[in-house]
Design a protein around this ligand. Structure first.
Ligand SMILES: *Cc1c(COP(=O)(O)O)cnc(C)c1O
Length: 432
């Protein structure tokens, strides 16, 4: 059997993040101030974000150094392993080679620590004492609670109400790492109170939780806000995934034909995919990059590419992105991390330019794939990540029909140890 687990040495960990903004064919359409419809100035973002993060958001530098203190924390779980899915390939009887990068080895269980550590670090450097944020399924809230704990910052998490009750142990984990968690909409903000008065039974949404977290940050001294996806600097921090992956694939003398990531706000997809899109832009290789989203929240596949707000209360700048509309409340599917009305402006532009494809699947098809994966590769995948697995399996099955020996790479963005309730529902036929 060829190698199963491809591991990099600690000292081979990337020391820079890759900024795709340096390589795009034309600049991204800038974020706009909704009051003037002019591009927003960096100063206008300073009440909400750390200065260094605003700088990274707008930077044209191709590579940005990862600070030593951030690398020190990354070393707790990075470099993450790349696996060859021998057993899954055998089950599918496919001639394709399937590789997956496993980000579930991080202490919070997903890729989100790659950016939470960086964001907390820059905030600490600039004297931030408290950070507010939203969380969908709870992965981002956990990742940020952990990061704030390391850098001595208070962390307040607005957790989408449907997930707060579906995933109580995510809340426990955040509390363990020192985070303060409330279900959103909450009584702690004006916007939360307003929504609760109008729709007492709302399941909540990421858009609402973002509004609450932004309102809180703007209203309190020495408090900043942190976002777990969508923004350029978040996608930037995730590129450690793809940089490691490329080296690992070189170790087995392979290059992927297809690169797959699930897509909620686009950060783990950008993380694994941008390094390969760079090669495409340079004319060196031609890997297809595929975004996989839930058919219940089909942003890239059914949304419009236009300016829209990032939140429900219209407090954020306008971003040019694929969107289902900022008033949209997606149904309470189990892949809570993929329930966002918009998408990263970087991923959106690449999609609009045809450098990236998008597909969608419904929950049942996704859980079918998750179970096949767990029974062959043993890892219990997060429902979000299982979207990528579904697509990888389908691409491998196509290879079976055509006899092509393609190399398929996907990002296993996190584990599903906090999602066992969703698996139970799948087995008892109760998934909607
Ligand atoms: C948050 C999350 C996602 C979705 O976020 P992206 O920014 O689209 O990557 C996917 N998988 C897991 C495990 C997550 O925690």
């Amino acid at each position: 059997m060829e190698q199963t687990k491809i591991i990099l040495d600690e000292n081979e960990m990337p020391r820079q993040w890759y900024n795709v903004l340096a390589d795009l064919s034309s600049p991204l359409d800038p974020p706009l101030d909704p009051r003037t419809m002019e591009p927003i100035s960096p100063e206008a973002l300073e009440p909400i974000f750390a200065k260094e993060l605003i700088k990274q958001e707008m930077s044209g530098e191709r590579y940005i150094d990862i600070p030593e203190e951030v690398l020190d924390v990354y070393r707790l779980w990075r470099p993450s392993p790349l696996f060859r899915a021998h057993r899954l390939e055998k089950l599918l009887k496919t001639p394709a080679k399937i590789y997956y990068k496993y980000e579930g080895v991080s202490p919070a269980g997903s890729h989100k620590t790659n950016t939470s550590i960086a964001q907390a670090y820059y905030n600490m450097k600039e004297g931030t004492e408290r950070i507010t944020t939203e969380t969908g399924a709870g992965q981002w809230g956990s990742a940020l609670s952990l990061a704030c704990n390391y850098f001595d910052i208070e962390c307040k998490v607005y957790m989408v109400r449907s997930s707060y009750y579906q995933k109580p142990y995510r809340k426990s984990l955040m509390t363990l790492w020192g985070g303060n968690v409330v279900p959103s909409p909450s009584q702690d903000t004006e916007f939360g109170k307003k929504i609760l008065a109008e729709q007492p039974d709302t399941p909540g949404s990421l858009g609402i939780a973002i509004s609450e977290a932004v309102e809180d940050a703007a209203a309190h001294e020495n408090t900043k806000y942190a976002l777990g996806s969508v923004l350029n600097h978040v996608v930037l921090h995730q590129t450690v995934i793809g940089s490691e992956c490329k080296k690992q694939l070189e170790m087995v003398e392979t290059y992927p034909d297809i690169v797959i990531g699930c897509c909620g706000g686009g950060s783990n997809l950008g993380g694994i995919g941008l390094e390969f899109i760079k090669d495409r832009l340079e004319g060196k290789h031609n890997a297809r990059v595929i975004a996989v989203e839930p058919s219940a929240c089909p942003t890239l596949t059914k949304g419009d590419y236009r300016y829209d707000f990032g939140d429900t209360a219209e407090m954020t700048p306008l971003l040019k992105m694929y969107t289902l509309g900022h008033k949209h409340t997606p149904p309470a599917i189990h892949a809570g991390g993929l329930r966002y009305h918009g998408d990263s402006p970087i991923i959106s532009k690449l999609c609009a330019e045809g450098l990236l494809e998008a597909v969608s699947y419904d929950q049942y098809a996704v859980f079918d794939a998750a179970v096949q994966f767990a029974r062959t590769e043993a890892i219990v995948p997060a429902p979000e990540s299982s979207h990528a697995i579904r697509c990888a399996i389908d691409e491998a099955l196509k290879c079976k029909q055509t006899g092509e020996e393609k190399t398929i790479l996907f990002n296993l963005s996190g584990h599903g140890h906090f999602d066992m309730g969703s698996y139970d529902k799948y087995f008892s036929g109760e998934l909607s």
